[in-house]
Design a binder for this molecule. Structure first.
Ligand code: ATP
Length: 312
């Protein structure tokens, strides 16, 4: 039964997961996971296959309940009202293939508490945004896979949820439609919607997410701001871009050089050595510097490093 909203604390984390555990028989899928998601954040929920991400999302959306621990939504214990504040696009798409697109959107929007009138006008508006306005009377099975995905995205956002949970939202979309969906997600976020974004595509996470939670084998192994995490994994490496002339021999004698290309080389410093001192040394050696940049590890490198280290 849907419960009425409890007191909403808009400065509280939109979702707070406290020591949550979930097992399926002997298999512990989520093991003592805790994190708090700042209001209006875009948070990347990451982890290798089988890490427990879907199990966690299913608890946040109240599809299943934790065996232990608590989940809070805007400061209140998760209850039957909260699903109306959440939009979830699961990785397995789940539209009724035989239903007409318009009818389906109205049905799903009504389930989320919209009046028929609002549901209809919003469905028409959203379909027009995705250039699907001619599809109202088509059966879902008559649409391409990418179009079905866009219709399901519309069903996920039509009730203007406070929290959007998107599992691989861009998979199967061509670049134009992926860009269109990304624009709509960012527009919703700018209007105050918090987003949990689950994907294996790290470049998308770097582009969209300010925060990440990384889970592996059911446990939360890394969390925080992407910027801070990248700094934590800093490797004291600098990329020099030069015109392609041979580099002075003294450079290779003094420093470890990596990843040569005709016009770049990465220079490894040891811990405690200063990038500014390196820059000065390059100038003193007469190197023609076209570019000089500290290399921060990518999320992909951090993911592989953390996950393989723990599984070794
Ligand atoms: N209904 C279930 N019954 C038994 N085991 C399950 C069930 N659902 C998930 N599991 C197991 O729990 C673990 C976590 O699965 P989950 O689907 O949450 O991972 P995931 O991080 O979403 O993986 P992926 O990235 O591959 O989608 C896996 O070992 C999986 O086999």
């Amino acid at each position: 039964m849907t419960q009425s909203p409890t007191l909403v604390n808009t400065s509280a984390p939109v979702i707070e997961v406290r020591s949550v555990r979930k097992a399926y028989g002997e298999k512990v899928a989520v093991d003592d996971v805790s994190f708090a998601m700042p209001p209006d954040a875009i948070l990347g929920l990451l982890g290798p296959n089988g890490a427990g991400k879907t199990s966690l999302i299913r608890m946040i959306t109240t599809i299943t309940a934790p065996d232990a621990g608590e989940i809070y939504f805007q400061g209140a214990p998760l209850n039957g009202y909260h699903p109306t504040q959440i939009g979830y696009l699961p990785e397995e798409r789940g539209l009724y293939k035989q239903m007409y697109v318009g009818e389906q959107l109205l049905y799903l929007a009504r389930l989320k508490g919209l009046s028929t009138r609002d549901a209809k006008s919003r469905a028409q508006e959203w379909l027009a945004k995705f250039e699907l306005d001619g599809q109202w009377k088509k059966k879902v099975e008559e649409l391409s896979k990418g179009m079905q995905q866009q219709v399901q995205f519309i069903a996920t956002v039509i009730h203007e949820p406070k929290l959007l949970i998107l599992d691989e939202p861009f998979s199967g979309l061509d670049p134009v439609n992926a860009t269109r969906m990304r624009t709509e997600i960012l527009r919703l976020h700018a209007a105050g919607t918090a987003v949990i974004f689950s994907t294996h595509r790290m470049e998308q996470v770097e582009e969209l997410c300010e925060y990440i939670v990384l889970i592996d084998q059911g446990r939360n192994i890394l969390q925080g701001k992407v910027r801070d995490i990248r700094r934590q994994f800093i490797e004291h490496r600098y990329r020099l871009t030069h015109p392609g002339d041979p580099l002075p021999a003294a450079l290779a004698q003094r420093y470890e050089l990596l990843n040569h290309t005709p016009s770049t080389v990465d220079i490894q410093l040891s811990e405690g050595e200063d990038g500014n001192v390196l820059l000065r040394a390059l100038l003193d050696m007469g190197v023609h510097i076209q570019g000089f940049q500290e290399l921060l590890p990518s999320l992909n490198e951090i993911f592989i490093k953390r996950v393989t280290r723990l599984n070794a």
